[in-house]
Design a protein around this ligand. Structure first.
Ligand SMILES: NC(=O)c1ccc[n+]([C@@H]2O[C@H](COP(=O)([O-])OP(=O)(O)OC[C@H]3O[C@@H](n4cnc5c(N)ncnc54)[C@H](OP(=O)(O)O)[C@@H]3O)[C@@H](O)[C@H]2O)c1
Length: 242
């Protein structure tokens, strides 16, 4: 596919994760230089070994602001920022799991905010930022209130930043249920994840759960189309309409 991304430098946080890894690979396939992150040197090495193309990376922990700052000092100037790295947790409000819920809020909401903050001195004025939400902001799922809250925050931040940071474009991608390693953690095991994804996928109009490449293609669209700004792009196989 012909894009304007050949030779661009693009940061994708995460790289060991399902959506981040697929996004990094699709952008590499378009000729971009992609800089990924991982929490440890071992994970970074493993993530880079999976990617083909001009991929580099540095360690970054979203729970440690100084590590985010150091990450961007090492990256230097670049063209586009994509921020899928985050933890995941489901926890009904009565039985709230304080530790994992707080980590979700800190890694995803605060994490994306700090990532943008520390990235901006190095981000091209003709570039873009792509944040991550989730369709639970619009399709309530029991246990997902923290997810819904951080997702809504991402979408709200993106609209504000689209004005504040213009001409830098800022958009949010809003994934539905996507088959990634996050689901084994959410359901307790890989088998339970398979069952859950098959059940939800079967109930969707498109008759399957999403795959990381479905979201990677949406990220590519919002980065590459220079008339797209301040939007929340839902990619959910029709989940909201059932
Ligand atoms: N999968 C879905 O169904 C779904 C649905 C809606 C929205 N989303 C959103 O899409 C995005 C990507 O989700 P995913 O399913 O691809 O997630 P994933 O497979 O669990 O990957 C998450 C990535 O984030 C990294 N990460 C976690 N905590 C971190 C921290 N403290 N510092 C730095 N990196 C950290 C992980 O690195 P490690 O390897 O070090 O853990 C991993 O690379 C998230 O924002 C998620 O909320 C996903």
């Amino acid at each position: 596919m012909k894009t304007d991304l050949n030779g661009k430098r693009i940061v994708v946080t995460g790289g060991t994760g399902g959506i981040a890894q697929a996004t990094a690979q699709l952008l590499l396939d378009c000729g971009a230089e992609v800089i990924v992150s991982a929490r440890t040197d071992e994970k970074l090495e493993a993530a880079l070994a999976e990617l083909t193309g001009k991929a580099t990376g540095f360690t970054l922990d979203l729970l440690d602001p100084s590590s985010i700052k150091r990450f961007f000092e090492k990256v230097g100037t670049f063209d586009h920022l994509v921020t899928p790295a985050s933890t995941s947790t489901l926890s009904p409000i009565r039985e709230l799991d304080l530790a994992s819920t707080r980590t979700l809020l800190e890694s995803k909401q605060w994490g994306q905010m700090l990532t943008a903050h520390y990235a901006l001195p190095y981000l091209s004025e003709t570039g873009s930022i792509t944040l991550f939400s989730g369709t639970v902001t619009q399709k309530p799922l029991p246990g997902s209130s923290a997810f819904a809250a951080v997702g809504a925050a991402s979408e709200a931040m993106a609209r504000v930043w689209a004005l504040e940071l213009a001409p830098i474009r800022v958009n949010t991608v809003v994934p539905g249920v996507i088959d990634t390693p996050a689901w084994a953690g959410l359901t307790g095991s890989e088998d339970a994840a398979k069952e859950t994804l098959a059940a939800i996928g079967g109930s969707l109009p498109v008759k399957r759960a999403g795959m990381p490449i479905d979201i990677a293609k949406a990220v590519l669209f919002v980065i590459d189309n220079e008339f797209v700004d301040g939007i929340s792009l839902v990619v959910d196989g029709g989940h909201r309409v059932i």
